[in-house]
Design a protein around this ligand. Structure first.
Ligand code: GLU
Length: 483
């Protein structure tokens, strides 16, 4: 398929979540693959809500799924389809299959089916329906009894083969398929039936979904054939596994997409990370959205399951934070992390907060971490990291700091350069290396020996607060020395 700018593309793909829970990051990756595929081939990306399970589907989940997709900037190119709006179409088409002898009513109770299987020495867990009602003449009295509608697997085929765009040729023999249910006793359609009806109605060209749906595909292909509809191409992508090698679960990492927003990840960073889980473009790790669109094809989607790697996600998020404008980061914090962030840092004002965001984004991996660090830095520390004290404080430190305080008290340039020149001058006068004074200053300012540059921090908090922090630390050291 060629990538053409102006041609009408035959590509129409869809993401079809079931609103029975929040959007899982595995689901998001499927959505992203579909969206990129559509964009790459100038096609259309559609969304269909598979809400036929009336008991488990909830509006709350519809809302949160769509909110999560919007957060990562993935939206549908046509109005969103809801399966619950299509029930009459499903029954019309079920009836059509009944009328043409391609489906039949089944009155068997589950216990009856199992009893027959056991009698034949078969384990009901591993065998499907035995076709008991397949040839049954349905009477009017029968119709008063609860019944389901089953699809008649054609007996004139030996197997169903399809060419999966990720996994190559896949085949199922007829023995692996039983006459599966297409409508439940309450008339609602089953997943396999509704999917085929809708994918055909929506003219879906490529079905890109998780590999947990591979075993559904032969049933769906047979339904397309029964309707005489065009069969889409299929691409089944490997699942995302947790570090334990099992399907990623809440125990191993947050799985809800919106949890990542809450935890301070940037949407483009999460998208970049998820695309790379299962797809590659040489060794490149960081991609703009435009690059993803131009490079993404199914050719480089791997067959092997990808393992979720929190460290890598954090690294990618850090890269995106550093590349994001400070004002954008601040706006994101206010919208997604802490709406009263500015109020909580009132004495600094917006200008200083933007400078601090710039300093702290160099060393934090999530916006939440950045927010926590800034809230911590806002307060004068009264506790200090003991390891830092052991490593950097010597008996003379108190003398050095007091000398510095004296100099700062009569200094009037509180720019980064102003602080830098006083501190360098003090080190010269005391004949000590900068680190002997810089690290104690850092501990005094932040409570620890890891922070952005001290000249910048001093300049942001200003003369009075800098001196107050230094004095508090000196008092602490003097008290510790006495004890
Ligand atoms: N509703 C199905 C799911 O959430 C969609 C499967 C498909 O894409 O066909 O897994």
């Amino acid at each position: 398929m060629n990538q053409g700018q102006n041609e009408i593309s035959p590509v129409r793909v869809r993401f079809a979540p079931s609103p029975t829970g929040h959007l899982h990051i595995g689901g998001l990756r499927t959505a992203i693959f579909n969206w990129l595929f559509a964009r790459h081939y100038n096609g259309l990306f559609l969304i269909r809500l598979e809400d036929t399970d009336r008991e488990r589907s909830k509006q709350e989940y519809v809302d949160s799924i769509l909110e999560a997709l919007e957060w990562v900037n993935i939206t549908a190119d046509e109005p969103i389809i809801k399966q619950s709006d299509c029930f009459s179409e499903y029954s019309r088409l079920t009836q059509q299959l009944l009328n043409t002898g391609k489906a039949y009513r089944c009155f068997c109770l589950q216990e009856e089916i199992e009893a027959r299987q056991k009698e034949k020495g078969l384990d009901p867990l591993f065998v499907g329906y035995d076709g008991f009602c397949r040839g049954r003449q349905v009477t009017a009295t029968d119709l008063e009894k609860p019944n389901v509608i089953r699809f008649k697997i054609p007996y004139d085929i030996d197997e169903v083969i399809f060419d999966d765009l990720v996994r190559g040729s896949i085949s199922f023999s007829r023995e692996q398929l039983d006459d599966f249910i297409i409508a439940r006793s309450d008339g609602t359609p089953t997943y396999n039936f509704a999917v085929v009806v809708d994918d055909a109605a929506m003219s879906i060209s490529h079905v890109i979904r998780g590999e947990d749906h591979i075993s559904n595909t032969p049933k769906q292909i047979l339904l397309y054939q029964a309707f005489g509809s065009a069969i889409p191409e299929f691409a089944h992508v490997p699942l995302i596994l947790g570090p334990s090698g099992q399907r990623l679960s809440k125990r191993e990492a947050p799985t809800g997409v919106l949890e990542y927003r809450h935890n301070g990840y940037l949407p483009d960073a999460l998208v970049n990370y998820l695309v790379r889980l299962g797809w590659s473009h040489g060794d490149q790790e960081i991609f703009t959205r435009q690059e993803l669109i131009s490079y993404f094809t199914l050719d480089h989607v791997g067959k092997k399951s990808a393992i979720f790697d929190q460290e890598k996600l954090d690294w990618i998020n850090g890269v995106y934070m550093r590349n994001t404008d400070n004002q954008v980061l601040l706006d994101t914090i206010l919208v997604s992390i802490k709406s009263d962030f500015l109020d909580q840092l009132k004495k600094w004002g917006k200008e200083k907060i933007l400078i601090l965001i710039d300093l702290y984004k160099q060393r934090t991996k999530t916006l939440r971490e950045l927010v926590d660090e800034l809230l911590r830095f806002y307060k004068i520390p009264h506790q200090y990291d003991q390891d830092a004290i052991k490593k950097w404080i010597i008996p003379e430190s108190i003398k050095y700091l007091k000398f510095l305080i004296e100099r700062l008290e009569c200094q009037d340039d509180f720019s980064v350069e102003g602080f830098s020149s006083v501190i360098h001058a003090v080190c010269n006068e005391l004949s000590i290396k900068l680190v002997k004074l810089a690290q104690p200053i850092r501990i005094a300012l932040t409570g620890s020996s890891a922070s952005p540059g001290i000249f910048e921090l001093l300049s942001v908090i200003g003369k009075e607060e800098s001196i107050a922090r230094l004095k508090t630390f000196v008092a602490f050291l003097e008290k510790s020395a006495v004890n």
